[in-house]
Design a protein around this ligand. Sequence first.
Ligand SMILES: [Zn+2]
Length: 149
Amino acid sequence: MVLIFYYYSDNMTNFKLKVKNSAIDNKGLFADEDIPANSEIIEYTGEIIDNAESDRREELDKGVTYIAYIDDNTYIDGAIGGNDSKYLNHSCNPNCIFKVKNGRLYYYSKRLIKKGEELTADYAFPADTKKEICRCGSKNCRGFMNELI
Ligand SMILES: [Zn+2]
């Protein structure tokens, strides 16, 4: 069952960003100007779905999904009506963090991000869910996008 339908289709970005080919994954999201530390960069937008619908879509789609966790019964599927924030890749040494405010999800810069840098965040998938291989290339790479137990 789908909980609620609402979509944010705007790019809702506070900084100039670019989607380009990435060494981490197929595509990535890059800063197209300097972004100061602790800045709200972009909202993660898409279709709001519940836990059961999220599970169903993960099952259905064995490849790439863009489903972000908000709380135990609220997820955002960036594949449907989502903006470029869905291309932001995981890194074990990220320059961005997620923040949830009033049920909405935003990316913030952890530090100054220079023009041309790829934006990354730690997806921190739960340790007890399917292991997702990480290719972030950072020195402290965990090997997986999941948290360690
Ligand atoms: Zn990694």
